[in-house]
Ligand binder design. Structure first.
Ligand SMILES: [Mn+2]
Length: 334
């Protein structure tokens, strides 16, 4: 693993840097990208922000999102991949062939995931104990005495609050809270950030109706310890621009009595199936479950993607079976 001062060196000798998000942009990845952009621009670097897929509507309150492009620049000296170490999540770069161009220059991963990295062409800087990629970036900035301008401080705060679910996630440590205190001390207003976010996150009435239909479709297995839902392509196509459908109900699913694990399956026209997994506190099996199906993530939040054309019912059966096994293994350990 590369260390902070080596990263500092790499950054200092590069003048054109492209910052890359995976194909599943979220609050942490986008805010981390924007924070890095602000920091590195302040250091005189020329920055391009890349993401292979569109930035979802609910993140578009983050000023600067519209500067994220889906084409790598014609010239660059270094790429920094944020918030993922998984090659699977760079599928759009592979599908468009841009990955070959990416590999011609040094590449650095800044991440906070516990799964084994599968991006083999980059130097990895991974801090699995950090609550957010934004926290890792803040630590790097502090260690390397990089400037943290006011907008960068805001983005880092947003990144940390986003992935730590407002400082309550399992991965939130006293260090995370201390960092946040420093950011507030430096002038970040949490109330202001929250009100901007809420204005942009008002839901359209049709989305609430759709949520009602999703709630009706939640299924349970294993004595109601696993809640799951399947979202077909026509719904993804219709509602994704407004909101990521599973996120409308995942929290509710986890709040049902007896539920330990919530799983959302999505099916795509090309046969691809994805799974989003959330585990309740005390049932840290999300990473292991995802790893069984070629994915990965954290102990309480993970995901996988299946592209070999397997039937959805078959996948569901296998995932739910494995989930049940992992949960009962926990019981035996206790
Ligand atoms: Mn993250």
């Amino acid at each position: 693993m590369i260390n902070p001062s080596q990263i500092d060196e790499l950054v200092k000798q590069s003048s054109r840097i492209v910052i890359i998000q995976a194909d599943n942009p979220d609050g942490d990845s986008l805010a981390s990208t924007l924070a890095l952009e602000a920091i590195l621009t302040d250091m005189g670097k020329q920055i391009t922000m890349f993401c292979g897929v569109d930035i979802p509507g609910y993140l578009r309150y983050l000023s600067g999102w519209d500067r994220v492009v889906n084409q790598l620049p014609g010239e660059f000296d270094l790429s920094i991949i944020v918030d993922t170490s998984s090659l699977l999540l760079l599928e759009s770069l592979q599908n468009t062939g841009q990955i070959n161009w990416l590999k011609t220059r040094p590449s650095l991963v800044i991440d906070h995931h516990s799964s084994e990295p599968t991006i083999d062409f980059a130097k990895i800087y991974n801090e699995p104990k950090a609550a957010a990629c934004g926290e890792v970036i803040y630590q790097l900035a502090k260690k390397n005495k990089w400037p943290v301008p006011a907008d960068a401080a805001e983005f880092i705060t947003i990144a940390i609050l986003s992935d730590s679910l407002g400082l309550i996630s399992e991965s939130t440590t006293s260090k995370t809270i201390n960092f946040l205190a420093e950011l507030v001390e430096s002038g970040v207003s949490l109330a202001k950030l929250d009100s901007t976010r809420k204005i942009f996150q008002k839901k359209q009435p049709e989305l609430l109706k759709y949520k009602g239909r999703l709630l009706q479709r939640i299924e349970y297995t294993d004595d109601q310890s696993i809640a799951h839902i399947t979202i077909p392509w026509d719904e993804i196509e219709k509602y994704s621009p407004l909101y990521n459908p599973p996120m409308l109900v995942m929290d509710e699913m986890r709040q049902v009595e007896g539920v330990r694990l919530a799983i959302a399956f999505k099916t795509y026209p090309d046969g691809r199936i994805t799974g989003k997994i959330r585990a309740n506190f005390g049932f840290p099996v999300a990473d292991k479950l995802a790893e069984n199906f070629g994915g990965g993530g954290h102990i309480y939040a993970s995901g996988f993607r299946i592209t070999d054309g397997r039937d959805i019912n078959n996948v569901k059966l296998n995932v739910l079976k494995k989930a049940g096994e992992l949960l009962s293994e926990l019981e035996t350990v206790k």
